[in-house]
Design a protein. Sequence first.
Length: 150
Amino acid sequence: MGGQTLISTRCSQRCTARLDQWSILLPSDVRNVYMVGAASDETLPLIAGTQKLTLRMPCAMTGLEVRANLKTAQASGSIFTVNIKRNGSSILSTLVTIDNGERTSVTAGAPSVISDDAWGDDDEFTVDIDQVGDGTAVGLKVAMIGVRSA
C-alpha cells in the first residue's frame, strides 16, 4: 500500500510540473473561463423582466467580454437589450444589445462595455431583459468570458 502511495505522489508531482510547463506555452484564450447559460426556453417569445438567469462564478476572474444571442431574432421595435448584474449591481456601462434582424450581440451597432471586470469567486450574476421590440425574439443565451485570477 505504501509503495502505491509513493508512486501516486511521484506521478502527481510529475503531472503537475508538466501541466505548469504546458500552460506557459498555451495561447492565453485557452486559459479563459467561459460561462454560458440559457435565460429562456426555445419556444416562447421573450418579455422584459429581471433575473431571467442566475449564475455563480466558479472562481475569481477578470471579465473580458459578455455576449448574448437569440434563437429567433426580433424584426422591429425597440432594440433588444440585456443587463448583467454582479451581486445586484450592473457590470456594464453600455448594456448588451442585439439589433433588429440580428441574432447576436457581436454584430451590434453599439458594443457592450464592461465597467466592473473584477468578478469574485462565488459572486452571483443575474441577467435582466431590459427592453424588447416587437415581441418575436425567442431563445436568449448569455455568455460571460473571463481570465482566471492568479
